[in-house]
Write a protein that binds this ligand. Structure first.
Ligand code: DGL
Length: 265
């Protein structure tokens, strides 16, 4: 383990920043490399074989270049497919991001839970397996959103995103009668790391209040389990942001909070 450790966080775009933010809070001393595979965004529009063929060699190149001590795949659309391939191919420890169906179903009181993810994530056999194993008697509604990740990217980049566009994407999550709080959906799994970027708006546009389950804090705890708690010495480790398209990032102000106040190089 290098000191400070280097943690590489990978996503198709800016959504993984919601996971990065929690890891940075748990390990503020670490050096961070955030990689957005924007050249292939959105992953939700690609087939399974294409995603595996894209991500596995790309992560290998990133490991070569940045020598991370741990890699977090901060993308449900990729993690529900590639984790076993990555672990077979490379020795660095990996932490993935998969739909938080188990805690959502454990905490739902009405036993109606929705999983809001990309169309790819809700189709995955991996996701269906989580429901078989962990639904705990809940009725689970899978909602594959075609555009919400793209809308979240646009909003973070300062573009205007209309309420109507967001409402259309989330409406199928709300099952049951608004007037019957004892049986309507009460818990929604944010099964795409982009969606917490829009959390305030999702809560505002929801037809009734629900618990939104964001797995990022649990992922940060897993990272700390694997690489340990921060030491006492903070020596100002840096942060880097890489876009696979090669474009420079122009979002420093908007990105700083996700990097714990650091400006990523
Ligand atoms: N952030 C990704 C996820 O968690 C998906 C966005 C995309 O479609 O690329 O699933």
């Amino acid at each position: 383990m290098s000191s400070p450790p280097t943690i590489l966080v990978f996503d198709s775009g800016l959504g993984g920043l919601t996971v990065l933010r929690e890891i940075v809070a748990a390990r503020p001393d670490a050096h961070y490399v955030y990689v957005a595979d924007d050249a292939f965004f959105p992953y939700g529009h690609h087939g399974e074989a294409q995603i595996i063929a894209r991500v596995v060699p790309l992560v290998g190149e990133l490991i070569e270049r940045h020598a991370p001590d741990l890699v977090t795949i901060a993308c449900n659309t990729a993690s529900t497919l590639v984790m076993s391939h990555l672990r077979d191919a490379y020795t660095v420890p990996f932490v993935g991001t998969v739909p938080a169906i188990k805690p959502a179903c454990a905490s739902s009181k009405t036993k109606r839970v929705s999983v809001l993810g990309t169309r790819g994530t809700v189709k995955r056999e991996y996701t269906h397996g989580l429901i078989r194993d962990f639904a705990q008697g809940c009725e689970v509604t899978l909602v594959g959103s075609p555009e919400l990740a793209t809308l979240a990217e646009a909003a973070l980049s300062g573009e205007t995103v209309s309420d109507d566009d967001i409402e259309v994407e989330i409406a199928p999550c709300f099952v049951g009668a608004a007037s019957d709080a004892s049986s309507r959906t009460d818990t929604i799994v944010l099964a795409c790391t982009h969606y917490p970027l829009l959390l305030d708006r999702l809560a505002k546009l929801a037809p009734w209040p629900v618990d939104w389950i964001d797995p990022a804090p649990a992922i940060a705890r897993r990272v700390v389990d694997l690489i340990g708690k921060p030491g006492d010495v903070f020596d100002g480790a840096g942060a880097e942001m890489v876009f696979t398209s090669g474009r420079p990032h122009t979002l420093s102000q908007a990105l700083m909070p996700f990097f714990g106040g650091r400006v990523p190089a």
